[in-house]
Design a protein around this ligand. Sequence first.
Ligand code: PRX
Length: 652
Amino acid sequence: MAKGVKWVQPDPKRKNWYWPTQEAKERAWISDPEVYEKAEADPEGFWEERAQELHWFKKWDKVYEEAPYEFKWFVGGKTNLSYNSLDRHIEAGNGDRVALIWEPEPTDQPGRVLTYSELLEEVSRLANALKEMGVGKGDRVGIYLPMIPEAVIAMQAVVRIGAVHSVVFSAFSAEALRDRMLDCGAKVLITADGYYRRGKPIALKPNADKALSGTQVEKVIVVQRSGSEVPMSMGRDVWYHDLVKDQPTECPAEEMDSEDLAFILYTSGTTGKPKGVMHTTGGYAVQAHTTCKWDFNLHEDDVHWCTADVGWITGHTYINYGPLLNGVATVVYEGTPDHPDYGRMWQVVEKHKVTVFYTAPTAIRMHVKWGEEWPAKYDLSTLRVLGTVGEPINEEAWLWYFKNIGGERCPIVDTWWQTETGATCVQSLPGIGPFVPTVAGRPFPGVRVAILDAGGQELPRGEGGYLVLKPPFPPALLRGLYGDPEKYKGTYFSEYGPGFYFTRDGARIDELGNVRITGRVDDVMNVAGHRLATAEVEDALTQHALVSEVAVVSKPDEVKGEVPIAFLLLKKGAQPSDDLKRELIKTVDAHIGPTARPAEIYFVEDVPKTRSGKIMRRVLKSLVRGEPLGDVATLRNPDSVEDLKRAVGYTG
Ligand code: PRX
């Protein structure tokens, strides 16, 4: 198989537009742009054909069904995500292929490589143990694990027996974990004693203990990873290795209805309370399989490395399900990009001969800062396709990635999607292109999008507006918010009605049909690729006893994309100080986690408000961005603006 391709053919009319070479087209699953037109003419037929590549215990009776606020894919079909990820490949004689490569953070510790057969055995053991605990179809299981093989094993084991996983990012606080476990009503939590971060073991189990007291969680399974001593609660906690030791290595996969719930993943909305995005089985499997295969042009000998954490949708779909559904090797890396030095990621690429590398623009911008000498030390010639996800990528970072990591021969597939869409929806395909900095590409075949204005009118090409998805809704799109059908309708369908899923992103489409995403149009921030609501940070800060009122807005940041900035009014008698700032940061850590720390905290006397008393975040946002403030005369307290200008050093 050809290792990389000679790539660049800049179009003289279009600066920095790249197209696939002939060689790349020949290697690609999809190189004929006709695929778009065919899928547009018959999206249901398109997805039906894609579904046939997977295993179904029973074929569907109907491909798609829609009613207001409700849609179904592969109606009546029976399948299983874990069966398709593991058994299917083993039955095809590929059990000895590598499924999972684990790279621990400490460079002196051995990693782990599991073949598909070995992975299935591990998954089956845990699945049997869960069943023995009384976990059955539809029961929720929490997963609070670091980046270790057991994270993938746990997700696979849960869906294998028809239960529903809800993974919580391991850097989230005890309180965040507690909220999520309570909301989804999990009976069992799978966690670890700890993990390694920058050379040191970090304890995780104490967080779980704090989170779980007084919840309905009956059993806690603890993976031994860091070896740190942890208290085990009698009757509730059990070591993973003791639990699975004597379990049989076979466990039949449950026959799941295509529309049965597979997992719940919490994400930030515009309010302080995260919402449980519900993903079902059949449609998700089909879109995860197809997008992973086509976006990254996966073939059997590929080594796929997605650097996200399993706690995010990117980790769910492109570390676990997507690569495994395609029968390729997936890399699970425990550590950070800068330990023991800035070359760590590239050393891992060289060591495991990674062919597909998928990361976030914020990570690339960090590498840009660290310098091109780090990747230059390693052999990156195995790389074929590069991907980005999570936020708009700026041209400088794109070009740096293209040159220094991809050697100007790998396409950059800029994938737009969301926790809600479950799998990628907009991107260029490696055999079709084009690859253009800041432009994501065309909607995936079978995905219909439009750009609307505020009144719901569809805008012509070239005009910026709001990005919506149109029916038939993509197979992996969420089916609801756990326990809150009204919020589901309100969040996604209140603007334009049930016929349009509102993404809450701004975008425009060029004359060739390529979509350029301009960013969120609501109060959701994108901090270092992590989705976060300004309201969540506000809620956390108000928990501090000395805070009377708080407003959080986002500000662009060179590396992280966006960062939260907090304006705080203290209670009477409280004095601003650096110590208090440190305490406030700790409060945010405790309620959400370090990813939500404000980059700046301003202690102020007042914040701009409307006559009805609502905080004018728009004015604060312009202040921190140095943009024109617009009309502030109608505020209830226009004087507050002058003080704030001084506080933030506004010169706009
Ligand atoms: O604003 C868009 C941005 O990330 C949001 C979704 O965040 P989350 O649910 O955490 O999922 C992130 C990983 C899929 C979107 O509403 N976003 C995602 N991908 C891109 C992007 N913005 C621009 N370009 C992208 N490729």
